[in-house]
Write a new protein. Structure first.
Length: 716
């Protein structure tokens, strides 16, 4: 007997008669066994909880199980793979195995609102494609056994014991060996990471390959890609230790738009470290794939499914069955998906921008493999025709060519390449024999379909320093910067056209016909929906050096949907001109934004009292709609000080003097006022010299009137 450290947290114990047991099952252990030509185990001992530790899945035995079943004859010979765990882990491990071999159940898919007709079709297809795997009991393919009082006897006579030290003793044929049992912190992997000299600067639209191999290939990373959208990364699927790849490539967490998961095989969906890592992320996938993903994460994390779904933001994709599903507009790109034909619910993906398409048909039956399913009426003629033509019309295609019963035949894909008509085709999961005839998707490859525009530091600073966009995620700011077009507006007024604008330098006036409506400053963001009352809208540059960032309509709409910024921008435009009544001038954009955020609108019915004389004053008021009446009681008599309409403000004396209200104010009719708390009044109005001057001058005039009313000579 001897023990070999395969990888951190995994030790292979060789037994007599060519048998072996692996203690620990972190990701890519199988790859190391393949690379080093070490015998494969038929028994895996999982570490004690947690099954997810040190940022990785410590129960990553899926491809060890597949290797045993399909490559070593375990399925054909009815020799089940054995998984050893603690008693309290058993139900979770059995659930993991069920999802590895069968995928989500009808009930699980229904819980994530998968349409019934999709559930029926997916269950029929995955059952037929899985063949024997769908017919046998799970325990005929993988059996789960548990320790009892720290010990376990395997059917071949091998005895396992958990020692008081926490180590595991393996005893067979009179020999014993001790190996670590608990998971260990990961160190450097003996696998290649992409090395780069400078951080990656993604194109406006393009593709980058991180990995393209199957779970069986040694020393190559599983399927993982970056689709660059306006210079930001959308991660398609995930490979183990993805965080290491992204750090080597210089891709920041803040610049990742989301993670699109095509299906739950471990050589595609192994991005668990990113999904439950340092900050909440966005996951894009279909309801059935989400059902499987949540169930597997629940088992690994020992966390209820209802809690798992709160760990990240889910953006549901709506795939089609006989064609592309409903599009998702995402950071300026369009994402369309469909269901491939595979052993688990699986997505094909098309991402497009400005007429350029990146298409990933995914792991799927294709070509001649689909003909028996058509003959058996498992799939309709419409579905057959659509899947056969999912390679058509794209600029870049990343296609599976893994061969075997559930992957496209490499020779057929090779024939497709010769008739691709200018499309750049790269293939994944390529077996060794087919590499000479197929253009393999090599890790590190970058395909630039739309180059990224060069932006000056001043342009970037105007966007990143905009008070309007304060708090917006950096990935969105970069997306706007590289997704928009910098333009120089003409000297003459121009009608507004589609899209939004950000003022990068200079200033703009928004005209309502021939009248000035709004002044836009550096950092301002404008879209017609923000001022729906202006019918005849025109834009006029008020500085010769004005430069604008024109943001396409679809990108801007995706931006406001994702960030929820529309309400704050609408409030800014609704309130910004009201402050001219106080200063008779335009305030700075940072002050306008602060005032719009800190003030509130309030309505009063006719006759309602807004403030009362002699009460403490903590609020500054401005009338924005309707009319109010001001009255004062002095020396035993009350008198009216007049009626006032929109633009009239009051309450400043009590705030400036830290005194009581000098007057009573009532609503004459239906009135709306803008209320500004005392702290915001002092910080954002009285710190502005012009505002301070005008407010103090008005306050002085009102104090003078007050003193006259209170003087003895004014008594009757």
């Amino acid at each position: 007997m001897k023990a070999i450290q395969v990888i951190d947290s995994a030790h292979l114990v060789s037994l007599p008669a060519g048998r072996s047991i692996m203690v620990g099952a972190p990701p890519e252990a199988l790859k190391i066994l393949v690379l080093w030509e070490i015998p494969f185990p038929s028994v895996v001992v999982l570490p004690p909880d947690p099954l997810y530790a040190y940022g990785i899945n410590q129960a990553s035995f899926e491809f060890l199980l597949y290797n045993h079943m399909f490559r070593l004859g375990g399925l054909q010979e009815r020799r089940p793979f054995t998984v050893v765990c603690q008693p309290h882990q058993r139900a979770r491990v059995e659930d993991l195995i069920r999802h590895m071999l069968r995928g989500p159940s009808d009930q699980e898919m229904a819980a994530f609102r998968t349409p019934a007709h999709h559930r029926r079709q997916l269950l029929v297809e995955t059952t037929v494609v899985s063949g024997e795997v769908s017919k046998l009991r799970l325990d005929q393919m993988a059996q789960v056994v548990t320790f009892s009082e720290g010990g376990l006897d395997l059917p071949d006579g091998t005895h396992l014991s958990i020692l008081p030290t926490g180590e595991l003793e393996v005893r067979a044929d009179g020999e014993a060996i001790t190996v670590p049992y608990a998971a260990a912190r990961r160190e450097q992997l003996p696998l290649y990471f992409a090395d780069v000299d400078t951080p990656v600067h993604g194109p406006k639209f393009g593709l980058q390959i991180i990995g393209s191999a199957s779970g069986f290939s040694g020393a190559e990373w599983g399927s993982c890609f970056i689709v660059w959208i306006n210079g930001q990364a959308l991660i398609i699927d995930g490979t183990p230790y993805l965080g290491d790849h992204l750090r080597r490539l210089g891709i920041e967490d803040d610049h990742i738009l989301g993670y699109l998961i095509t299906h739950n095989h471990e050589d595609h969906a192994n991005a668990i470290g990113q999904l439950v890592g340092r900050r909440p992320v966005t996951v894009l996938t279909s309801p059935p794939v989400m059902a499987g993903l949540v169930a597997r994460l629940s088992a690994l994390l020992d966390c209820p499914e209802k809690e798992v779904v709160r760990l990240f933001k889910w953006v549901p994709l709506q795939p089609g069955m006989n064609g592309f599903g409903d599009p998702l507009h995402w950071f300026g790109a369009e994402i369309r998906t469909w269901y491939s034909v595979h052993t688990l619910p699986t997505l094909g993906v098309d991402v497009s921008m400005d007429g350029k398409h990146i298409r990933m048909p995914g792991d799927t039956l294709w070509g001649r493999q689909l003909e028996p399913l058509l003959e058996q009426k498992v799939i309709s003629p419409q579905r057959y025709h659509f899947i056969q033509h999912t390679y058509d019309g794209a600029d870049v295609i990343v296609a599976d060519a893994g061969g075997g019963p559930i992957h496209p035949d490499p020779q057929e894909v090779s024939e497709l390449v010769s008739h691709s008509g200018g499309c750049q085709l790269m293939v994944t999961h390529v077996p060794e024999f087919a590499r000479p005839i197929l253009p393999t998707a090599e890790p590190g490859t970058v395909v630039e379909l739309i180059p990224r525009a060069i932006r000056s530091p001043e342009e970037a600073m105007a966007l990143f320093g905009s008070p309007v966009l304060r708090g917006v995620a950096e990935r969105w700011l970069l997306g706007l910067l590289y997704g928009g077009e910098v333009i120089d507006p003409p000297e003459q007024p121009i009608p507004h056209y589609e899209g939004a604008f950000v003022v990068l330098s200079g200033s703009m006036t928004l005209l309502d016909g021939e009248s000035d409506a709004y002044l836009l400053q550096r950092g301002d963001v404008f879209h017609p929906s923000l001022i729906p009352a202006v019918a005849d809208l025109k834009l006029l540059s008020t500085a010769t050096w004005t430069r604008l960032l024109h943001i396409p309509e679809d990108l801007f709409q995706a931006f406001v949907r994702d960030t929820g910024i529309a309400k704050s921008m609408e409030r800014l435009y609704r309130t910004r001109n009201w402050w001219r009544a106080v200063t008779a001038e335009e305030l700075g954009l940072d002050t306008l934004v602060a005032l719009s955020q800190l003030s509130r609108e309030r309505a009063y019915h006719s006759g309602a009292q807004i403030v009362s004389q002699r009460e403490p004053g903590q609020t500054f008021y401005m009338v924005i709609e309707g009319r109010i009446t001001v009255s004062r009681e002095a020396n035993g008599r009350a008198r009216s000080l007049g009626e006032h309409g929109p633009g009239y403000y009051f309450g400043e004396i009590a705030l400036l003097d830290e005194a009581f209200r000098t007057d009573t104010v009532r609503a004459v009719d239906e009135v709306r006022v803008l209320e500004l708390p005392a702290r915001a009044f002092h910080r954002h109005l009285m710190d502005i010299p012009l505002a301070r001057h005008r407010i103090c001058r008005v306050a002085a005039e009102r104090r003078n009137e007050l003193n006259q009313d209170n003087s003895p000579s004014s008594n009757p």
